[in-house]
Design a binder for this molecule. Structure first.
Ligand code: ATP
Ligand code: BTN
Length: 243
């Protein structure tokens, strides 16, 4: 009774599936998962490589009674849910603001949050997660260093078990975020932040900002210490790079 389950062998994108689902109904939370995506995407229309039966590709559809302005920390909360869950398996991941999951210095997964409908509350949230589980080392289509749980650990993982556990954990963390906001998560973020107190470059289109990553504020905005003082950076179209 927690979610309506939409399980597929093939999907264009599970985010897109949940978007379609919301056009029919928003009464009950939904979980769409698939073995393979043919049009998996990251932020700004980048491709999310989604080979068959190796990884997790799933999206939660949840309706929450918050205005858009209160949702800026959401992708961080989802990242923390994933990192906390994996930590119980003694897998220590790091997070990159605002939406990337790293293991062993390489990209393990990512989060893509979208909204369906008007931006007035209640908001229909689409929380997409891609996590490399059993992907093996002969994949070569990804243009940055990547990691999977199996290649890190040297053993295969059950995708079914992970799907159920992770989606529960994420739903629970989002409910807590809706109830009580970011406060508990701000501390946790600092534990996982891959670039805390490091010099970083923020890119937004042709715009570039250099500063020191000083963590996040109570809304999940990035605090960047620059030569002009502390600046508050909100998510959206910004990419953070090590300088
Ligand atoms: P940022 O979000 O800060 O801009 P990013 O470069 O990681 O960082 P995203 O849009 O978040 O960009 O993610 C898409 C990128 O992730 C792709 O361009 C590709 O480099 C990489 N990628 C695609 N599929 C996978 C995968 N299965 N595992 C790891 N990395 C992947
Ligand atoms: C990123 O790093 O930019 C986010 C990647 C998000 C990938 C997941 S896989 C399930 C869901 N469906 C998609 O098309 N994208 C997300």
């Amino acid at each position: 009774d927690e979610f309506i389950l939409l399980l597929n062998r093939h999907s264009a994108s599970t985010n897109e599936e949940v978007k379609q689902y919301f056009k029919q109904q928003t009464e009950q939370a939904v979980l769409a998962a698939t073995d393979k995506q043919t049009a998996g995407r990251g932020r700004r229309g980048r491709v999310w490589h989604s080979p068959f039966a190796q990884n997790l590709y799933f999206s939660l559809g949840l309706t929450v009674n918050l205005p858009l302005s209160a949702l800026s920390g959401l992708s961080l909360v989802v990242g923390i849910a994933v990192a906390d869950y994996l930590r119980q398996l003694n897998i220590y991941t790091e997070l990159k603001w605002p939406n990337d999951i790293y293991l062993d210095g390489k990209k393990l997964g990512g989060i893509l949050i979208e909204l369906e409908g008007d931006f007035e509350p209640p908001c229909n949230l689409i929380v997409g997660v891609g996590l490399n589980v059993n992907m093996h080392s002969d994949e070569s289509e990804i243009d940055q260093a990547w990691q999977s749980l199996a290649s890190y650990r040297g053993e295969l993982f059950s995708r079914d078990d992970l799907l159920i556990s992770l989606s529960r954990q994420i739903k629970q963390y989002i409910e807590e975020f809706v109830q009580s906001g970011m406060s508990r998560f701000v501390q946790k973020w600092a534990q996982y932040d891959r670039y805390l107190d490091k010099q970083v470059t923020l890119m937004s289109g042709n715009n570039k900002k250099i500063g020191i990553n000083r963590g996040i504020d109570q809304l999940g905005n990035l605090l960047l210490e620059t030569q002009f003082g502390m600046q508050t950076i909100s998510g959206g179209e910004i990419s953070l790079r090590a300088t």
